[in-house]
Design a binder for this molecule. Structure first.
Ligand SMILES: N[C@@H](CCC(=O)N[C@@H](CS)C(=O)NCC(=O)O)C(=O)O
Length: 344
């Protein structure tokens, strides 16, 4: 009996220290900083229409911007509580590792070396892309191989630089580069003819082209030379924060799959008989609390920002200047790559 009591005490102590360890981990999470500050600091790129773009009336818009708004809604209950911080491709990981931003949501590709090295952890893909090449229409070029000996405009610190090297190197083709960090200057240099071609994520090239004075003077070649799974990174080693950003993205994709939209979410919250929807919206279970959030975390994100389909349509879909179709970014049930893990 005494022995049993002893064991009980030891077990209780063990549990307490485990609890303390968890509490310690929770205290160290960025979640507390963001909630204390009552604002999320989100690193974005500038001038990428449809993804992260500051309009003339001072409003940020785009898919990358909306992911941060969704996180702010989930964490702070208010999608507008985001401070956007402009980063370049070159300085983005320093901004994340130094604590200047809480989330990097900026056309950033998930790669092994970035996940391993740069003080950053990847969350989950938010937009599946590939690297493309844009050139001057009057060259009459139809494929990348025809650009042997060409001058390429490049952003430093991108996967685009590395993929181009691989692609040309493997085929024994040559090229020269003009490397410019500020993207507006880079695209201006290209338009003025300082480079024969420019290469980056296809989404980026298509987006910038809509902003050109004469878009028809430039051709986006059809082939992709790489895989570019783009999504948010968070500072390395903060499991709770990483879970929150990852699962906010999944919640918005699951909402599309379950046909929960910003318009019907209130009715569904009151009336649904579907247990998956009830869990997503927090009327059944306590999933939000397990993340350290309120149980209506996903409801807030969906209500205030819309589900993935709404976000895609509003920013880059057929009714926008970009006119993207869903392509790889269809749900798995529609033969796409979006396969949000279940909220349960
Ligand atoms: N996805 C690639 C490329 C990212 C990238 O450079 N994107 C373009 C978007 S159009 C850009 O922002 N370029 C220049 C800049 O503003 O830094 C990566 O993660 O390295």
């Amino acid at each position: 009996m005494q022995n049993n009591n002893m064991l009980g005490k030891i077990a209780a102590l063990g549990l307490m220290s485990l609890g303390a360890a968890y509490a310690g981990a929770a205290q160290a999470s960025l979640l507390d900083d963001v909630q204390a500050r009552d604002a999320l600091r989100c690193g974005v790129s500038s001038d990428k229409a449809g993804f992260s773009y500051l309009t003339d009336d001072g409003r940020w818009s785009g898919m990358d911007v909306d992911l941060c708004r969704g996180v702010a809604a989930a964490v702070l209950g208010d999608a507008s509580k985001v401070e956007f911080v402009v980063t370049t491709a070159k300085n983005r990981f320093t901004a994340l590792a130094s604590g200047e931003i809480d989330v990097l949501s900026r056309a950033t590709t998930w790669t092994a070396s970035r996940d391993a090295n740069l003080g950053a952890d990847f969350t989950t893909p938010w937009f599946y892309d590939g690297q493309g090449v844009m050139t001057h229409a009057d060259f009459g070029i139809a494929s990348i191989e025809e650009l042997d000996g060409a001058v390429f405009c490049l952003s430093p610190g991108t996967t685009s630089e590395q993929n181009l090297e691989d692609y040309f190197g493997r085929r024994d083709l040559s090229y020269r580069t003009v490397v410019i960090e500020k993207s507006t200057e880079l695209y201006n240099a290209f338009q003025k003819g300082r480079c024969d071609a420019i290469t980056n994520d296809m989404s980026g090239l298509a987006s910038r082209r809509t902003q050109f004075a004469d878009p028809d003077a430039f051709t986006l070649l059809p082939d992709a030379i790489s895989k570019e799974p783009l999504g948010a990174y968070v500072p390395q080693g903060d499991a709770q924060w990483r879970d929150i950003v990852t699962w906010t993205a999944f919640a918005l994709m699951n909402a599309e799959e379950l046909e929960v939209t910003s318009h019907n979410v209130d009715t569904l919250r009151d009336e649904t008989q579907n247990p998956n929807i009830a869990r997503l919206l927090g009327t059944d279970g306590r999933i939000g609390e397990r993340f350290g959030l309120s149980n209506d975390w996903a409801y807030q994100a969906i209500k205030q920002v819309g589900n993935y389909a709404e976000i895609f349509a509003r920013n880059v879909g057929p009714e926008t200047p970009l006119k993207f179709d869903r392509g790889l970014n269809r749900l798995w049930s529609d033969n796409g790559l979006l396969y949000p893990a279940p909220i349960r």
